[in-house]
Design a protein around this ligand. Sequence first.
Ligand SMILES: [Zn+2]
Ligand SMILES: [Zn+2]
Length: 585
Amino acid sequence: MKNREMIAKEGLDMSTVSKMGKPVTIAIDGLSDWRIVVEEGAIASETHAARELQHFLREICGAELPIVSDEQPLAEKELIVGDNRHLRELGIDLDTGRLGQDGFVLKTVGNRLVIAGGQPRGTLYGVYSLLEEELGCRWFTRTESLIPKRSSIQLPEINSERIPRIATRTALFMDTYDGDWAARNKINCWSPYPLEEKHGGKIAMSEHFVHTFYKLVPPEAYFEAHPEYFSLVDGTRRGSDAQLCLSHPDVFRIALEQLRRWMDEEPEAAIFGVSQNDCTGACECEQCRALDEEEESPIGSILTFVNRLAEAIEEEYPDKRIETLAYWYSRKPPKHLKPHRNVIIRLCSMECCFMHPLDQCEQNDSFVQDVVGWGKICDQVYIWDYLVDFKHYVMPYPNLRVIAPNIRFFTESNVSGIMAQGAHTSLKTEFAEMKSYLTARLLWNPELDPQTLIQEFATHYYGAAAESILAYIRLLEDRVDALVGYHAGCFDPPTDKYFSPELLDESERLLGHALRLADSPEIEERVRTVHMQVKYTRMMLLTEKLNQVRSDFFKEAEELGITRVTEWKPLEESKERLETGQEPF
Ligand SMILES: [Zn+2]
Ligand SMILES: [Zn+2]
C-alpha cells in the first residue's frame, strides 16, 4: 500500500494532502456496515463508479456494501460517490470547472469518505485511484488483475485533489483495446478503445484528424478549374503530392464550409484535423511565402490559416477543437504568431532516437527544442509518440526505460496530450502488454516510479520467471549503454552491431532459465512469447539454415497468437515475402 508521503510526491496538481489524521474503518473480519451513496438518476459513469467500488470491495474483503440513492438521509459510514445531495449537505462545493472532465477529490469527512470528480470521468477515476493507491489493486492486462485480499479495511484520513497534467491520454496497443482496462488505467482517447458511456466515454477524434488538406479542398473537385487553390512549387501549381495555397481567400471559404459539414456530421467528435498532407510541397506563392518569412518558419502560412478557421467556428462549435501538425518541414514554432485558444498543435517524434531519453540524446536536439518552443506559446501541445519498431514489431526494442523520462520531459514542456503509438495492428508483440500498462499509468501520473511499475507487472505476469525476464531486459539495455554512439529510431532493422552473437546467446540462456522457472502453462506461454524476440532476430540476421529457422519461427508465432511481425502485413504475407528474399514489411 502506498503511504501518504508517496501520494504527496505524485506529479498531479493537488491542493492539500493530510499526512496524519483519523483513519476510517470500512470493514472488519469480512463484515461492513458502510454503504455507498450515489445520486438518484446519476450519469452512467457515476452509477458504474459505485458498482465498480462495490464489486472490488467485495473481492477484497468479502463484504457487499449496499448502493443507496442520495434521496436517503445523510448518515455516518458512507462512501459518497459523485457530486450529490449528501456531499452538499456536508458543505462540500465541488469545483467542477477546475476539475475538468477527469479530475477528482478524495476526502475524509468525519466517518465518511467522499470520492467525487468532474464529469464525465472524474468520479470513476477517483474510485480507481482509491482502489489502486490505498488497497493495492492493479489492472495489468485485460485478463490479469491484482486485487489483494484482506478481511479488514482501514483507510487513513485522505484529503487530496487530482487533476492530470496530460489531459488527453492514449497508448495504442491492440492487446489492450478493452474498455474496462482502459478506464481503469485512465486512457481517455482514440477510436480503437471501446470506451462506453459507463466508462465516461472518451475524447473522440474526428475521422478527419490528420493530413486533411486535400480532404478539405479536394484536387479532384477543384484543380482543373482552379489550379491557383493549390501549392505553387518551383513555379508550377501542383494538384498532387503537395499542399494548398493557404493564403487564397477561396481556399479558406471552401475549407470552412467543409469543416462545418464535418462538425455537423460528427457531433460527438471533439477534435478535427486541419493539417498538412504527409509530404512536402508547401506553397511558394508571394503571399504564402511572405507569411512564412514573417514567422521564420513554414508554419507561418499554416497557422494563419488554421487560426482563422478556429476563430470562425468557435462560437458555433464551442466544444470542438482544431488540430494541426507542426511536422516535418513545419515543425519550428513561429516567431510572433500564437495558436488560437481552440487550436491544438501536434508534434511527432517519428525521427527521434528512442534508445535514450529524448532530452538526453543529441540526435533529438532539434525536436526537443521545438517541443519546448511550442510549449511556451501554446497550452494545447499534443505529441504523437512512438513506442515500438514498426517494421519489426517482434524484435527486441529496449526502450522501456525511456518511457517515463520522455513523458516527464513532455509534461515539463507544457505538453497536455500524448498519443503513444505501439503495436496497434498485432497481438503479442515485443512486451506489448507491459509497455501499454506502463505508459497508461505514467500518462496519468508521470511521477510514478517506472521500475516499481515494471517490477509489479513482471512479478504478476511472469511469476517465478520474473527475475530472469527482468535480467533479460537489463541485458538489452546494458548493451545500448556499452555501444557508445548507438542510436535507434522506430523503423530501424536489426543489426549485427547491436545483436552480437554473445548478446543473443546470453539472451537465450536467460530466457531458457525463465522457461524452466515458469510455473503454469500461461506463464510458460508468456515466456515463450518473449523468446520469440530472439528467434525473430536470429531469423533476420541468419544466412545459413534459414529455411528451417523461418518455418519454425512462423509456426510458433501462429501457435502463440502473434498476428503480425510488422505494422503493415499479416503474418502469412510476411512469411511469403521473406521466403522470396524481400523484407517482411
Ligand atoms: Zn500560396
Ligand atoms: Zn540516442
